[in-house]
Design a protein around this ligand. Sequence first.
Ligand SMILES: Nc1nc2c(c(=O)[nH]1)N[C@H]1C(S)=C(S)[C@@H](COP(=O)(O)OP(=O)(O)OC[C@H]3O[C@@H](n4cnc5c(=O)[nH]c(N)nc54)[C@H](O)[C@@H]3O)O[C@H]1N2
Ligand SMILES: Nc1nc2c(c(=O)[nH]1)N[C@H]1C(S)=C(S)[C@@H](COP(=O)(O)OP(=O)(O)OC[C@H]3O[C@@H](n4cnc5c(=O)[nH]c(N)nc54)[C@H](O)[C@@H]3O)O[C@H]1N2
Ligand SMILES: [Mo]
Length: 667
Amino acid sequence: MSVTKRSVCPFDCPDTCGLLIEVENDQAVKVSGDPEHPFTRGTLCPKMLHYEKSVHSPLRLTQPLKRTGAKGSGEFTPISWDEAIAEIAGRWRGIVERFGAEAILPYSYAGTMGVVQRNAGHPFFHRLGASRLNRTICSPAKGAGWQAVMGRTPTPHPDSAGSSDLLILWGINAAATSIHFLHAVKQVKKNGGRVLLIDTYRTPTASSADRTYLVRPGSDGALALGIMHILSREGLVDRAFLEAEVQGYPELEREVLPRHTPEETARLTGLKIAEIEELALSFGRARAPFIRLGSGLSRYGNGAMTVRTISCLPALVGAWGKPGGGMFPDTSTGTAFAMGEITHEDFQRQPTRLVNMNRLGHALNELADPPVMSLYVYHSNPAAVTPDQNAVLKGLSREDLFTVVHERFMTDTARYADLVLPATSSLEHSDIYRAYGTYCIQRAQAAIPPVGESRSNWEVFGLLAAALGFEEPIFKETADQVIDRILALPSPLRQGIDEAALAEGRAVELTVERSGGWLTDSGKIEILNPQLSHPLPGYLPSHEEEGKLPFRLMTAPNPYALNATFYEQEELRRKQGGMQLKMNPADAAARGLASGEPVLASNELGEVTFSLEVTDQVPTGVVVAEGVWWLDYAPGKRSVNALTSQRLTDDGEGSTFYDNRVEVRRA
Ligand SMILES: Nc1nc2c(c(=O)[nH]1)N[C@H]1C(S)=C(S)[C@@H](COP(=O)(O)OP(=O)(O)OC[C@H]3O[C@@H](n4cnc5c(=O)[nH]c(N)nc54)[C@H](O)[C@@H]3O)O[C@H]1N2
Ligand SMILES: Nc1nc2c(c(=O)[nH]1)N[C@H]1C(S)=C(S)[C@@H](COP(=O)(O)OP(=O)(O)OC[C@H]3O[C@@H](n4cnc5c(=O)[nH]c(N)nc54)[C@H](O)[C@@H]3O)O[C@H]1N2
Ligand SMILES: [Mo]
């Protein structure tokens, strides 16, 4: 007999879907989208449709393992949890004594987005006095760019985009990364509106758009300035809105816009003058234009400035005042829960060293005083997802580095561990979720017992705390007790929500009504922001704008994977068509290359073998590698991040995954 239980997709995707799990004999047998979830509306992406295959995969880790072979060899022998925990505690005591606790570095990101399991290590490592990880791998430059203009102003409800008459999907492959946002796309079209896409290649989302504009990578800031130039020239700016609600438009118009002529914009973006004029006039004449901004364009050396510049656009035409108008980067749900009650910064005796996660290669190989002597990785796969893979693997190979990896699978990172600990999947532990693409929150209880001897992040830190003699009560709480405790604390965002529905495991929506005004220092939208080193937006080139190698490399998301997650499912790997590099037919012909051939992409950081796909989806001068493949399934010894660099964004210390150049030749 089967029972159906509610759960939540734990993965790092804006949609954070509600799930229905059919359970039979303690096994998940079927997974479907919750029809009652306001954003999921009963449908799931191709990855989660068979989540049960990941949960019950024969590749799941089921026991703690201790290394017996060389680092990276994948040779291990099973040990007990007691032995594993005792060994970690013993090794850490020794390291603390010799080097100090800052020689221990946690490394985690977004294997699970549930607020308890995701942040489970924070109180522990703060109490230990370990180095802190600056978790800036995803999109801090996007946040910084938006905040430069809009401050802490909450973003609109994503469904409000459906009432727009001109929806711009800007640098977002929604058909892969936020499929439920396509509902708003359909709404706009049904109401007779238009949908435009701005990307660097023709992604699957192009088929949902009326018109696609392909820009030169990293040049969107120049495009936004060029659009503003034309809006000003054509008298399409909303002077009344600007005067009442915005700071600094006259300065921008006087000092910055004059040089961003259509000719200059065409030179910087690679678009035709006619395309730029058409785009600007569509935007300026729309009743209520709406921009759905992705993150790809923020992962460049100029990423924060690019987002800041685009964030000015809705203000110029007064879109914010109109139903269906505005812009959506991500939802602002940070204050939904009292996170300090979980993360406990107050457990630190003093603030410890902050290590940027994008520079793990640097940290493992070059940091001193103290060097990193132990790395504890949980719900992240840095050997695959972190830039400069060669530097990361070199660091992970260090014989004197004590590495522990808590994982569901034998990932590329786990292969380099001294100890591997088996982790539960989201169906096997409790958590509470908020989202970055919707305003829903949802609580989930374990739907099935743990697979094998796996344990949740929260449980493992409880065990480690006990072994090290940490007495704080939080280390003895269960995940459900923590959730009850934070739900007992009020938050304005949770005022008036349906508490009973939340307790039952249904999705409920937070209160997002803007209380009026703009949450910036001046109380206005800040085109001019005097706090910043560049008080006005302006064009900054990306790192590789003037680079020497012939191709810009886009390291884009794949519809059939999520970062390096889901590679355990053979069917999904097959749907990706292997580890491919997409190239324009003209570029391929010039090099005598054909589809299906193995090719070698290389730059100063490394070389990666791909299978070539020749396609006119991609413009000349650009190559695209979708997906972050496990090395097990890569045709060579490296995957895409052997070609990405540890350089950071202009603000927010973010990753620059898209700011690369490569040469490509026959392998
Ligand atoms: N299927 C799937 N879903 C995912 C993920 C995945 O890997 N696969 N990743 C998840 C994660 S971690 C995140 S952060 C989110 C968002 O994940 P993101 O990686 O931010 O994905 P998108 O927002 O879709 O934006 C990527 C798009 O930006 C485009 N792009 C790159 N450079 C530029 C540029 O200079 N200009 C313009 N206009 N476009 C550019 C790329 O071609 C791509 O289509 O998605 C999540 N969802
Ligand atoms: N080339 C390239 N690289 C990228 C990106 C890109 O677009 N292109 N995207 C970047 C972005 S936006 C992001 S956010 C990062 C993501 O970086 P990560 O968060 O490291 O991403 P994942 O590859 O999804 O790895 C998560 C791991 O956590 C494990 N896991 C899942 N649940 C649990 C759990 O409950 N406990 C434990 N202990 N483990 C668990 C999974 O098995 C998986 O191996 O990758 C970045 N890397
Ligand atoms: Mo991300």
